[in-house]
Design a protein around this ligand. Structure first.
Ligand code: MG
Length: 396
């Protein structure tokens, strides 16, 4: 019996790496649905190779093109409804949520309602609606397995541990490409500079978020929601070599850490196979396994992040503390600000300023699904206004 996998966001960085894991273990996994946004050529190649029953894309005209190319046995759907069908109606045992932003909200909720395991790479989803999602999963018995490397690490450290004995969760950060720069250089950093990440290969949104450390801020909120620990007990430590991904300090003073090479296929494989582990061929020789971590693995060095140079981190803690729909606003505002930076409309340093503008205008309210949606779209409008004002001021 193979585990049936549906992948939302199959042509992105996590999606393609998930297919890579599946291709290496055909005896364990099969693909029942693939969903992508606009990269239809790549999607078509994936469909031919992995033979899913359902294929979903964003637009109706792309769906027409796919239908023309594929055998009638493959069901081609599109839009938000298509995405939900691919997730919840494909017979999947595991839905991999690897889209960017808010697009997969409904599809993921529909899957959780059916008790299907979600392997989440889409941290915006957990940040905005994590409390609701975790509550729904408790009710239906759906498991939520993190793909984010830090959260996979924490999950692995927490297996079998009583929640009341957890003192602190530690998320490690590589520090990104700007860790050694001063504030003024960071403010004026170019897109090319921001995309030069020292250790991880990721999509552009994640890479810019890593440079601003908003990625780590979102991860603090993500960890808080997934593990039910308040953000005050979640710390970020900069660990340049990305060997230890997450550590847990227990009340008795013991610390557990998870070490692995910076390769997303490890957390992906763990989330798909849990509670089992996949064979990798690296297990036997202890020195070979440690060698795979890279030469710096012998030195586990950590330092505190500097929130004055990386204000996005402080903004995320503010959102976590305020709770309710504020994290949704933070994430949505950041998405708009990052797009504006990528489009050359604002400076890198203005990403944090746009987000800060939006948080200052965001009310505190309870997080039900309707409020989360409203907070998301209001934050996008406010962020666009802030971007307009800044790019108009810069043009003068
Ligand atoms: Mg991460």
């Amino acid at each position: 019996m193979t585990k049936k996998i549906a992948i939302l966001g199959s042509t992105g960085s996590i999606g393609t790496q998930t297919l890579d894991v599946i291709a290496r273990h055909p005896d364990r996994f099969s693909v029942v649905a693939l969903a992508a946004g606009g990269r239809v050529r790549e999607l078509l190649d994936q469909v031919r190779r992995f033979q899913p029953k359902i294929v979903s894309c964003a637009r109706a005209d792309d769906a027409q093109r796919l239908r023309a190319e594929l055998a009638p046995a493959t069901r081609v759907v599109h839009g938000a409804v298509g995405l939900s069908m691919a997730a919840a109606e494909s017979g999947a045992d595991v839905v991999v949520a690897a889209t960017d932003g808010a697009v997969a909200f409904d599809a993921v909720f529909a899957s959780v309602e059916r008790g299907i395991r979600i392997a989440v790479a889409n941290k915006e989803l957990i940040v905005a609606a994590g409390e609701l999602l975790v509550a729904a999963a408790k009710r239906t018995g759906a498991e939520i397995l993190p793909i984010d490397s830090e959260h996979s690490a924490l999950f692995q450290c927490l297996v079998g541990e009583p929640p009341e004995r957890i003192a602190t969760l530690i998320l490690t950060a590589s520090g990104g490409p700007f860790w050694t720069l001063d504030a003024e250089h960071i403010r004026h950093a170019s897109l090319a500079d921001a995309l030069r990440h020292p250790t991880w290969q990721m999509g552009p949104k994640n890479t810019v978020d890593s440079a601003s450390m908003m990625n780590k801020g979102l991860e603090v909120i993500e960890a808080s929601r997934l593990f039910g620990i308040p953000a005050e007990r979640i710390e970020v430590l900069v660990h340049r070599t990305s060997v230890a991904h997450g550590l847990v300090v227990f009340t008795d003073g013991n610390v557990k850490a998870q070490l692995a090479p910076p390769d997303m296929r490890l957390p992906i494989g763990y989330a798909l196979a849990y509670p089992d582990r996949l064979p990798s061929g690296a297990g036997g020789d202890p020195l070979a396994a440690l060698g795979a971590l890279g030469a710096p693995s012998a030195r586990l060095e950590f330092e505190r992040p500097d929130v004055t140079r990386f204000p996005c981190l402080a903004l995320a803690y503010q959102a976590a503390r305020r709770g309710g729909t504020v994290p949704a606003a933070l994430s949505a505002a950041n998405e708009v600000a990052v797009q504006a930076f990528v489009a050359g409309r604002i400076l890198f340093g203005e990403i944090a300023e746009v987000v800060s503008d939006v948080l200052a205008q965001t009310p505190d309210e309870l997080a039900d699904l309707e409020n989360v949606r409203r907070s998301d779209s209001r934050a996008r409008d406010l962020a666009r206004n802030s971007v307009e004002a800044r790019s108009a001021a810069a043009a003068k």
